[in-house]
Design a protein around this ligand. Structure first.
Ligand code: ZN
Length: 340
């Protein structure tokens, strides 16, 4: 089925019945977590409402961490209370430990994402504990979720495609970690290119080995566009059979180890690529760009790296059938484009 940019959305339980791929919006978590300013709860709520209205079926709302470690998430309970009644959206949150997991569930968020790194040094820097301690933490949360079948647990493995301290993990290292997670009967693992070291060949090497050895696991991917290869990596992952992709509105989500670099792959750019290829995402591009304009107003002074947001959408659907461009609505000061 061909997707129009303004395609109708159909959502239920976080899954889009007509989607070929699921784009998981991680902007409210990965995008906001490193910002020096606190974004008020009502603004976060409005942003999430816009994302839902654009057809995003899964949203990572934030992280249940201590307010001292990440002040941005000090309002997680109020935020969860405001957003969880939204119909048709599945919300998830990052949880660093059992306490965070319990708080998430008590707040009405039933999909938990536990994260740790393939790299010992990155794990020590990022979550301040050894990988062995992280694995013990995972087991404790898994026991909790076994006792409560309404709660879903997924694992995000950071630095799966490279680490600023330790370089590239070997394929065997990744497989061994996946094996340990799979042994806990966890059925979804997100492989993260946390610092944008990956390239399509590396993605192929790691992902094809993972999918071949663990056919029972649903692999999702989380690519940062730090060095411009995010979409190339996402496309390679799609070609290898991956159907779940993290992305952040506006391309937010810079890495503290690469100051100034662009962040996650932008939701707008990834959706635009899939839509242009006839791959259904369930996302309405115009409504998505309305969410980006809102984000731009919420974060004055923060530059949004989404190429589609910068350039605007082509008038013609699908791309390639015409040359006319629609002027970017958010750049009122620019003269309208001429049709050449
Ligand atoms: Zn990330």
């Amino acid at each position: 089925m061909k997707t129009k940019f303004n395609g109708q959305k159909t959502k239920f339980n976080g899954q889009n019945s007509e989607s070929d791929v699921t784009i998981i919006e991680v902007g409210p978590r990965d995008g906001l977590q490193n910002l020096p300013i606190f974004v008020e709860t009502d603004k976060k709520t409005l942003l999430i409402q816009h994302l839902a209205a654009a057809g995003i079926g899964e949203i990572q709302a934030g992280a249940f961490v201590s307010p001292q470690s990440i002040p941005q998430f000090r309002d997680m309970r109020e935020l969860a209370a405001a957003i969880t009644p939204l119909p048709g959206v599945a919300f998830s949150a990052l949880v660093p430990n059992l306490r965070g997991a319990r708080e998430a569930v008590a707040s009405g968020i039933f999909k938990l994402i536990y994260f740790y790194s393939l790299s010992e040094t990155h794990n020590l820097n990022n979550v301040r504990q050894s990988r062995e301690a992280s694995r013990r933490g995972l087991k404790a949360i898994r026991e909790m979720t076994i006792a409560d079948p309404d709660v879903e647990l997924s694992v995000a493995l950071a630095t799966a495609f490279g680490c600023p301290f330790e370089g590239f993990p070997s394929r065997e290292q990744v497989l061994s970690e996946v094996e340990q997670v799979a042994a806990l009967e966890i059925r979804e693992i997100t492989l993260c290119d946390t610092v944008g070291f990956g390239n399509p060949r590396l993605v192929e090497d790691i992902l094809s080995a993972c999918r071949e050895n663990f056919p029972e696991i649903v692999f999702a991917v989380h690519f940062h566009n730090t060095r411009g290869l995010g979409l190339a990596n996402a496309l390679r992952a799609y070609d290898l059979g991956v159907r779940r992709f993290d992305a952040a509105l506006g391309g937010l989500g810079g890495c503290p180890f690469a100051p100034g670099a662009s962040g996650n792959i932008a939701t707008e750019d990834l959706s635009f690529m899939f839509a242009g290829m006839g791959i259904a995402t369930g996302i309405d591009m115009d409504a998505l760009l309305a969410a980006t304009r809102l984000l731009d107003r919420i974060l004055p002074g923060v530059s949004l790296s989404s190429a589609v947001y910068q350039a605007g959408l082509p008038k013609t659907i699908p791309p390639g059938e015409g040359t006319a461009c629609r002027p970017p609505e958010h750049k009122d000061s620019l003269p309208p484009h001429q049709d050449w």
